[in-house]
Design a protein. Structure first.
Length: 83
């Protein structure tokens, strides 16, 4: 079956992203005080709200907030600033 290898790859990617985020946060903590950790994941809403940045997906046991970011809104804001 092809599904099991894909699930394993997705799980591995999620672990890699979390490791990257933790490394980034650790680097920031060397020079800044961090009050909250948020991990933004691009999310593609079926009917996105034009002014909604996104929503909290879940909070991990280590305190990192997984935030489902409204990709189209962020992309639109970015493009408007850079035109």
């Amino acid at each position: 079956m092809l599904i099991l290898p894909q699930l394993k790859i997705m799980k591995n990617l999620k672990q890699i992203y979390i490791i990257k985020q933790l490394s980034y946060e650790f680097s920031l903590q060397q020079t800044h005080k961090i009050s909250q950790n948020k991990f933004f994941i691009p999310y593609y809403y079926q009917t996105p709200s034009p002014n909604c940045l996104g929503e909290v997906g879940k909070i991990l046991p280590n305190g990192i907030v997984i935030f489902k970011a409204n990709f189209f809104y962020i992309q639109h804001q970015y493009l408007q600033e850079n035109l």
